[in-house]
Ligand binder design. Structure first.
Ligand code: NAD
Length: 359
């Protein structure tokens, strides 16, 4: 029996996580679900949004499924899952399921993965007063020679790229591209940065990725695009993508874009990995505009659970669950409102359970 810790978070997070966990249990998979206190409720009862026992449960479980963060109590949970736990590769499949509501005329065959570097870049937020930066680095100048002190009052954010951080996520992406190639994918790594404007930070990331592919993964094709052109290509040529590796903020934005082209934000899953540990969550946020109405699309969370099952070694169950989701979209009878249907979160989930059992 495998143990899963489910943390709903905020907004629609608990709705889609509860539905997904009910599905896992009702399906008869060898999975026990724990729901330790977290977020606002834990803040009230334990004085902390993430009590020590909840942290320990996450660290020792076979799988961790998170819903969505919104305000400070639930964002403290995601801050811990990402930055305190040091997860550095957010794997975000972008896949079209026929029957889903893509705005593209020809979405068939979209099947690629965005890897968002999760630990560096502009996250987890190093901001400050420009006057402090001017005192610390009086000679720091922009491209036209203006010193920070000459800007006047304001704020700054620091973007960080380290060689070690870029190397570990590049290796992760190359290994994934190699595994996908063995299963019939083209074996291509697309790196996206803004190195023309930020040659020292983004340029270092681009250089490390290019060096690693050339040196250690010669069987992989490799290309690089600036993020503006990269965004356009993800819309125009999504079927040409295989593994797309990009920096933290670009990955945040491009994965919403990719999700929408494939079928909708509510359908996009993710798994966030470090060496030896991972947690899983949908790409979407807490969706306060629809929270509490029972109409959220749980597909992103169900597919995140499928990724989690695969990670836990329940590969057959993971495949069967994804096949169940695909069947519900193909049938088109129990789709949620974002997909043009009338089904509630629970009705959609029930249809996936029936399709899972019918596989
Ligand atoms: P959002 O992803 O919550 O919602 C964007 C739009 O997509 C909304 O119209 C929403 O109704 C819709 N949507 C999202 N998921 C859906 C689903 N499953 N089914 C149907 N419709 C869905 O983004 P936002 O509104 O910009 O942010 C709301 C909050 O979520 C903010 O506090 C933000 O910081 C947070 N957020 C958290 C995460 C995370 O936990 N990983 C990710 C993104 C945003």
């Amino acid at each position: 029996m495998k143990t899963v810790v489910a943390l709903g978070g905020e907004g629609i997070g608990p709705e889609v996580v509860d539905a997904t966990c009910e599905l896992l249990v009702a399906s008869g998979m060898p999975v026990t679900v724990l729901t330790p206190p977290h977020g606002a409720a834990a803040q009230a009862s334990h004085g902390s949004p993430l009590p020590d026992d909840t942290r320990r449960a996450c660290e020792t479980a076979d799988g961790v499924l998170f819903g969505a963060a919104g305000g400070p109590p639930s964002s403290a949970v995601v801050t811990w899952l990402r930055w305190a736990k040091g997860t550095y590769a957010s794997v975000r499949p972008v896949k079209h399921y026929p029957g889903s509501s893509s705005p593209l005329a020809r979405p068939d065959g979209i099947d690629y993965v965005i890897i968002r570097e999760l630990s560096e870049g502009l996250y987890p937020g190093r901001e400050g007063d420009l006057a402090d930066l001017a005192r610390a680095m009086p000679e720091l100048k922009d491209k036209v020679g203006t010193r920070v002190a000459d800007y006047g009052p304001g704020r700054f954010a620091a973007k960080v790229v380290t060689r070690a951080g870029a190397e570990r996520v590049a290796k992760f992406a190359c290994e994934l591209a190699r595994r996908r190639k063995a299963r019939g994918a083209p074996g291509k790594l697309t790196c996206i940065t803004k190195s023309n404007v930020l040659p020292q930070s983004d340029g270092l990331f681009q250089q490390i990725v290019a060096e690693m592919v050339k040196r250690d993964y010669p069987e992989l094709a490799h290309e690089h695009f600036y993020v503006d052109d990269g965004a356009r290509r993800l819309v125009r040529f999504p079927q040409q993508m295989d593994v797309v590796l990009t920096m933290n903020l670009y990955g945040d934005i491009l994965s919403d874009l990719g999700a929408e082209t494939a079928g909708g934000l509510g359908m996009a899953p993710s798994g966030c990995f470090r060496d030896g540990w991972a947690y899983f969550e949908s790409v979407h946020g807490s969706a306060p505009d629809i929270a509490g109405r029972g109409i959220a699309n749980p597909t992103g969370t169900i597919l995140s659970a499928a990724m989690m099952l695969d990670h836990m070694g329940l590969t057959a169950e993971a495949r069967q669950l994804e096949a169940g989701v695909a069947r519900v979209y193909r049938d088109g009878k129990a789709l949620t409102a974002d997909q043009g249907g009338k089904a509630s979160t629970k009705e959609f989930t029930r249809a996936v359970l029936d399709a899972y059992r019918a596989q």
